[in-house]
Write a protein that binds this ligand. Structure first.
Ligand SMILES: C[S@@+](CC[C@H](N)C(=O)[O-])C[C@H]1O[C@@H](n2cnc3c(N)ncnc32)[C@H](O)[C@@H]1O
Length: 217
């Protein structure tokens, strides 16, 4: 991970944002990502906050029932791209810097929070999820789509071994996190969860286990 300014809510990770993320995104689009994003965001309504919004990829997939979106993204290059994309949405989009554990938002101020492939990268999942709960109204929705710890002992062992290197190269991404448990331990109630393996290549199998679903604050 590159330079980081906690106060400003920013960091810069050029290898990740200019090289790895665009390639990952292009490959995922070829392997069905648009359909998964639509599924993640299907039926989302009202005031929405997206945490770690990247280059604003999800903007293309939100339904028109969204009233407004605050897209929070700490990485400088990705945030600039999200800001370029914002005017293409059919609803107002504000793009702001910020880390998941210190969101630029009031208590109880959002109907829905969206995390896609971001809880793998935050420093402290518990702190990030508690902060998301703070900004959601009571019974507000957390929509999540995350890659998670594998489903076999061999895979989990390999993930533990490789995570320190993977994380350094991949903008802080951890492939060995039990995100479902972290969501529940924060006090969210999971209403719907799908588990699936996405492994278009052998290398992808290392981070291939995914979850997608809805939890209530
Ligand atoms: C794999 S990318 C996913 C981006 C986007 N959510 C998507 O679905 O395409 C991970 C994102 O998490 C962001 N991120 C990393 N650490 C973060 C933190 N502590 N708080 C919020 N976002 C963070 C990265 O800058 C990056 O945009």
């Amino acid at each position: 991970m590159g330079r980081r300014d906690r106060q400003a809510g920013t960091f810069s990770s050029p290898l990740f944002s200019r090289f790895l993320y665009p390639r990952f995104k292009e490959a995922s689009i070829k392997h069905g990502e648009p359909e998964r994003r639509r599924r993640l965001l299907d039926g989302v309504t009202g005031k929405v906050i997206e945490i770690g919004a990247g280059d604003g990829m999800n903007i293309d997939y939100y339904p028109p029932s969204v009233n407004e979106l605050l897209a929070v993204e700490p990485e400088d290059t990705l945030r600039a791209k999200a800001a370029e994309k914002a005017p293409t949405a059919p609803f107002p989009v504000r793009v702001e810097p910020g880390f998941a554990d210190r969101l630029p938002a009031e208590d109880d101020s959002f109907d829905v929070a969206v995390c896609s492939l971001v809880l793998c990268s935050v420093d402290d999942q518990g702190a990030a999820l508690a902060e998301i709960q703070r900004v959601l109204r009571p019974s507000g929705e957390l929509r999540f789509y995350e890659h998670v710890r594998g489903h076999t002992r061999a895979l989990i062992g390999a993930q533990h071994l490789i995570t320190p290197v993977w994380s350094r190269l991949g903008g802080g991404c951890h492939i060995n996190r039990d995100t479902e448990t972290a969501i529940e331990q924060t006090g969210f109630t999971i209403g719907r969860i799908d588990r699936f393996v996405l492994a278009p290549s052998l290398l992808d199998r290392l981070g291939g286990d995914h979850i997608m679903g809805v939890a209530r604050a």
